[in-house]
Design a protein around this ligand. Structure first.
Ligand code: PMP
Length: 435
């Protein structure tokens, strides 16, 4: 007998099998579903929609750019919005970067940064440096190269072995908690640095192209800020061994923690290369980028006649995406939204800290906050909490199974009343799970 075909409730499946409710419209901090119900966007998806939904200035900028020019391949042309956006980003980065490359996804940006790091060493006339050092707690994206750089076992499992043996990992770190649990910050940082040093020595320092870290860990452990001393010691270590330091600020950057770049709120140590992504065009268009310091840019430029940097993606630096990002970034400055991120982040973190049952820790900075529950090791109430929040009208991001935690990253435009609503739905949902 031939089985009746099932009416497809959805044909587009992110996971090839699981279905999702349909989002139809978005306005401010809310997304409306096809049944008319509203969801408060408590995590901007995964820290993306920082201006909320339906922002007029961004819509107008995209529309105007579409009238003027939608696409011009970057192997032939640059474009006005790409140039203006690059210049704005470089000017607002304390003189740390001299150029910028735009791509489309965070994974592309990570992989291109790794390629630039390898090319930098060749440009300097050194033997090939092929290795990279990363942290086991990191997430750097889902393409096979970026997946190899990160270390989320559940995301890697089905695809092992990774394609490249070039990635070497040091242990996860939990700055806030480990430091509180015994060692002071200096001792903790020294221990982490010894582990990096041992890894360099084991690999041969002359083989290491770069160290890559998330400045504030996001998807795996949930809003774990690096300590200022960790960042400055790591740069010093990389410099000593001639390796580059890459910050992956795909999730934590572009204002999310209350400064344009997360490292600016963590002691101000800049990297050699930095990825940017989610808040850059705030979900209005797919856009990512790499900010590149002059040391790297100059080395690659000097030798371009004999060793050009050959890499490229068809949609990179898309004019509509750059126009959207330009409007987003100008709005953030015009409306002083970074101050608002700090203010509303303080409020949200205080309210969550004061009233969440079963709370182990509220951590993070600005509007990038994780709530970890104090369940037994191995137990996981966060997934039930996230599902119950969704049923009750609040979307929160579920961190990896390595922690029992959810992540809050609401739009920068969130009001105090909306913070109250978010906390109220969250607490009701936690109580419901605990019953
Ligand atoms: N790096 C980090 C730190 C991320 O959080 C992510 C996405 N969550 C990525 C890279 C990959 O970005 P994308 O999903 O745009 O490829």
């Amino acid at each position: 007998m031939i089985a009746e075909p099932q009416p497809p409730s959805a044909i587009f499946h992110r996971s090839l099998t699981k279905t999702y409710p349909t989002a139809t419209t978005g306005q401010g901090v809310y997304i409306t579903q096809s049944d008319g119900s509203k969801i408060l966007d408590g995590s901007c998806g995964a820290a993306v929609s920082c201006l909320g939904h339906g922002h007029q200035a961004v819509i107008e900028a995209i529309t105007e750019q579409a009238r003027q020019l939608s696409f011009a391949h970057t192997s032939f042309f640059t474009s006005d919005p790409a140039e203006e956006l690059a210049s704005l980003l470089i000017k607002s980065s304390d003189g740390r970067f001299s150029t910028c490359m735009f791509l489309s996804s965070g994974s592309e940006a990570v992989e291109s940064a790794l390629k630039i790091a390898r090319q930098y060493h060749l440009s300097k006339g050194e033997p090939r440096r092929t290795n990279f050092i990363a942290r086991r707690s990191a997430y750097h994206g889902n393409t096979l190269g970026a997946l190899s750089a990160g270390f989320n076992p559940s995301r890697r499992e089905a695809f092992e072995p990774m394609l490249s043996p070039a990635f070497h990992h040091v242990s996860p770190c939990f700055f806030s908690r480990d430091a509180i649990d015994g060692e002071d910050e200096d001792e903790y940082t020294d221990r982490l640095m010894r582990e990096y040093e041992d890894k360099f020595l084991a690999l041969g320092p002359e083989t290491v192209a770069a160290v890559i870290i998330e400045t504030v860990g996001g998807a795996t452990l949930g809003a774990v800020p690096g300590l200022p001393k960790y960042l400055s010691s790591l740069l010093e270590l990389c410099d000593r061994h001639g390796a580059l330091l890459i910050y992956d600020e795909v999730m934590c950057g572009m204002g999310r923690v209350g400064t344009l770049h997360a490292w600016q709120a963590l002691g101000g140590t800049p990297p050699d290369l930095q990825t940017i992504r989610k808040g850059l065009a705030a979900g209005y268009q797919p856009l990512s980028g790499i900010l590149i310091g002059s040391k790297v840019h100059d080395a690659i430029r000097e030798i371009q006649a004999t060793l050009p940097f050959v890499s490229g993606h068809t949609y990179q630096g898309h004019p509509l995406a750059c126009a959207a990002a330009l409007a987003v970034q100008k709005t953030i400055v015009r409306d002083d939204l970074l101050s608002k991120v700090r203010r509303m982040g303080g409020l949200l973190s205080q309210r969550l800290r004061d009233s969440t049952p079963c709370l182990k820790e509220v951590r993070g900075m600005g509007l990038f906050l994780a709530v970890e529950f104090s369940t037994q090791p191995g137990a996981h109430m966060a997934s039930d909490v996230a599902a119950t929040c969704m049923k009750n009208g609040l979307a929160v991001y579920l961190c990896s199974s390595a922690v029992d935690a959810v992540l809050f990253a609401p739009p920068f435009i969130i009001t105090e009343a909306e913070v109250d609503q978010l906390v109220s739905i969250f607490l009701t949902s936690v109580e419901e799970v605990l019953q």
